[in-house]
Design a binder for this molecule. Structure first.
Ligand code: PEP
Length: 243
């Protein structure tokens, strides 16, 4: 059985005043997250403060890491630095990094390898653009991205996130049936031994109103949540959805 994992991605949002999210989450889910595992990826600047403040049932993650361990890379943050702060996860290859920073599959793969070496679990993101979906190429594009960015690793040591680019931050969500079909295709594309044990999250405008239906799909093992994770009550409702 794969455990369901719900991950919040704050992107470039959050100031110290927003650390009170932690107490709001505890108030919204006083009995904890039920059967689901939960993680929060705040901006780098808030990781330490959240580490001192979050309840034990919320793990921390970074939103990105460098391919290098240390050295002359001004502005970058390495995987060992994230591990040192208590992170368990790091997102690799989010479509906003692929688009804004030109991160190609080979770079994403190196980042995932760096994360694994530091003892972190990479959350490896893949997803197609609207043009690719409308031209019928979505499955081929996404499975090719997966194959080119997947590091060699033990089964179960990473998480995949399917995030259709056209659904991120747009309010448009893939239908549960379309998302399930893509998750099934991704699971089949994973190398031997990985398919049954790798959690595949869905991301793209997940909110309290659509979470239960998405999370009920056989091959959807959780959610990567952007905008709705900023509000503790909405994130809590997604964690609780359908349980
Ligand atoms: C994301 O940040 O990965 C994401 C899916 O964002 P949103 O939920 O806002 O679409």
């Amino acid at each position: 059985m794969r455990q369901t994992l719900i991950v919040g991605n704050w992107k470039m949002n959050g100031l110290t005043a927003d650390l009170a999210w932690s107490e709001a989450m505890i108030a919204a889910l006083p009995d904890g997250p039920g059967v689901r595992a939960v993680a929060l990826c705040p901006p780098f600047t808030l990781i330490s403060s959240f580490a001192a403040r979050l309840p034990g049932w919320i793990s921390l993650g970074g939103q990105d890491c460098a391919t290098a361990v240390s050295g002359a890379h001004t502005g970058d943050v390495s995987a060992p630095m994230l591990a040192d702060l208590g992170c368990r996860y790091v997102i690799a290859g989010h479509s906003e990094r692929r688009a804004d920073h030109g991160e190609a599959d080979a770079v994403v793969r190196s980042k995932a390898e760096a994360a694994l070496k530091a003892g972190l679990t990479p959350i490896l993101c893949v997803g197609e653009t609207l043009e690719e979906r409308e031209s019928g190429a979505a499955e081929a594009v996404v499975t090719a991205q997966l194959e080119a960015s997947l590091p060699e690793c033990e089964p179960g040591s990473l998480v995949i996130a399917y995030e259709p680019v056209w659904a991120i931050g747009t309010g448009r969500t893939a239908s549960a049936a379309d998302a399930q079909a893509m998750h099934r295709a991704l699971r089949s594309a994973l190398p031997g031994g990985h398919g049954d044990v790798t959690a595949i999250l869905y991301g793209g405008s997940v909110k309290p109103a659509n979470a239960a239906e998405l999370l009920a799909q056989d091959d959807i093992d959780g959610a990567l949540v952007g905008g709705a994770s900023l509000k503790a009550e909405d994130f809590a409702a997604i964690i609780a959805a359908g349980q």
